[in-house]
Design a protein around this ligand. Structure first.
Ligand code: NAD
Length: 435
């Protein structure tokens, strides 16, 4: 049973840091979030009453650049979760070579229980509460679970109203009409696809058309599923927060996604034009997806979906972590013994922050790229990152997560050494002559 996501994240960091043989100072640095802010957001409800929503932001570490990380709206979020997510953002940005540190934010709210006008007021209240904490050169938020481009647009607008300037780079994942980047919406799913497709080439036993189950059929999962389907993978199971569907024949994910956008429910259908029909399938509880006999299990919902309690059910040979921290540390050790290959979150879902970086760079330069340019650069960055992680894995590390952390922690270590470590200061009592 995992009680603190942040403790689990720190234990994993320590374990992987020791295996990476980085200096102890790096592990110590990464165990201490630099600053966190907790606020209560007073928000006027549509009926005239006022409700107070707990809100959080954690700027974890900025040695490599300003903080970067999404904001989630979820009833179960808290500071512990936000800190864990901010730690992982720090590792992720370091891994894929971005000039960012890690950060994360959250509001404790069930967005499904509120009108869009209430959500707009919550979004604006968040920016007012975090004023002075976030900014285009200090900490740059983005969307996460149950937040989207429209919300980012409201947040940018509120920031600009407070500061009386135009500052598109204060937030990423904005609508393209409000200086968002082309390709941001599909970036996380496509990034995961680019990595998985490279990984599968290393495991020829999975064949030409691996069978895939996807937990958490939301935005990231859909874009990944769409690309996988086009490449010939067979998507046999999908789940969301309310249930799951299974078909040995495989699903037409575009039809199911279009329907989910409208009715908000997961329906096993196939559509040609506007004519849709139900397809044969088995309806299941959402947790049943873990035990399916598939080749690849994609985890795209929330952290700690696979723990010691259900890990023995897993039959997949490959797990892709599109969500952050979906496999607990204890469960990972068991999966590792069983020979399950895990494509780790810090690599698999980095496509989102890569295109957020592109968006921020476009906002700063006021030069905007086409969709083709964005996706080519995304593919290049993700494939290069995968190749490097794979190379480290082959030469030094047992798992892909160990290799990913080794690469990320080495980059943080280089920055730390450049600032001077104990070794440097202990051996330099006198100032160096200037050249
Ligand atoms: P989303 O809100 O669009 O989708 C999440 C999906 O998970 C929803 O369909 C929801 O119904 C489902 N879900 C929730 N609880 C579930 C449960 N118990 N069982 C099965 N399904 C459940 O969010 P998203 O943007 O697709 O993000 C998904 C995950 O990817 C999150 O963990 C997020 O932190 C991570 N992520 C997202 C991005 C991004 O850019 N969107 C980037 C990096 C990581």
């Amino acid at each position: 049973m995992v009680t603190s996501v942040f403790e689990d994240a720190k234990q994993r960091l320590e374990y992987l840091g020791n295996l990476s043989e980085v200096r102890p100072e790096v592990i110590e640095l990464m165990k201490h979030p630099s600053a966190s802010k907790i606020a209560s957001l007073p928000v006027r409800m549509d009926d005239g009453s006022t409700r107070y929503f707990p809100a959080y932001r954690c700027r974890y570490n900025d040695i490599l650049g300003p903080g970067k990380g999404g904001i989630r709206f979820h009833p179960n979020t808290d500071l512990d979760e936000v800190q864990a997510l901010a730690l992982w953002m720090t590792v992720k940005c370091a891994l894929v070579g971005l000039p960012f540190g890690g950060a994360k934010g959250g509001v404790e709210i069930d967005p499904k229980a509120h009108s869009q006008m209430e959500i707009e007021r919550v979004s604006r209240a968040y920016i007012r509460a975090m004023n002075g904490f976030i900014g285009p050169d200090t900490d740059i938020p983005a969307p996460d679970v149950y937040t989207n481009a429209r919300i980012m647009g409201w947040m940018r607008d509120e920031y600009e109203a407070i500061h009386q300037i135009k500052a598109p780079g204060v937030i990423t994942g904005k609508p393209t009409a409000l200086e968002g980047s082309e390709g941001r919406e599909q970036a996380t799913g496509l990034g995961a696809f680019f990595c998985l497709d490279k990984l599968i080439k290393q495991i020829p036993s999975l064949g030409e058309s691996p069978r895939v189950a996807i937990q958490g059929f939301g935005n990231a999962a859909y874009h990944m599923a769409h690309a996988l389907k086009k490449k010939g993978y067979n998507i046999v199971a999908l789940s969301d927060s309310k249930g799951a569907i299974y078909s040995e024949e495989g699903f037409h994910v575009d039809s199911i996604w279009a329907e989910k956008q409208q009715s908000k429910s997961l329906k096993a259908i196939y559509c040609e034009g506007s004519v849709c029909e139900s397809v044969p399938h088995k309806a299941m509880e959402n947790d049943e997806i873990f035990g399916l006999d598939v080749d690849i299990l994609i985890l795209a919902a929330l952290e700690n979906s696979v723990t010691e309690e259900n890990v023995e059910d897993i039959k997949a040979k490959v797990i892709v972590e599109v969500a952050n921290g979906p496999v607990s540390l204890a469960a990972e050790k068991i999966l590792d013994e069983k020979g399950v290959v895990i494509l780790p979150d810090v690599l698999a879902n980095a496509g989102g922050v890569v295109v957020s970086y592109f968006e921020w760079a476009q906002n700063k330069s006021a030069l905007y790229w086409t969709l083709t340019e964005v996706l080519e650069r995304l593919q290049q960055r993700m494939e290069d990152s995968f190749d490097e992680v794979w190379r480290i894995h082959q030469n030094h590390c047992h798992t892909l997560r160990q290799a990913a952390y080794k690469k990320a922690l080495n980059r943080l270590e280089d920055a730390l050494i450049a600032q001077g470590t104990k070794d440097y200061f202990a051996h330099s009592q006198h100032a160096e002559p200037s050249s």
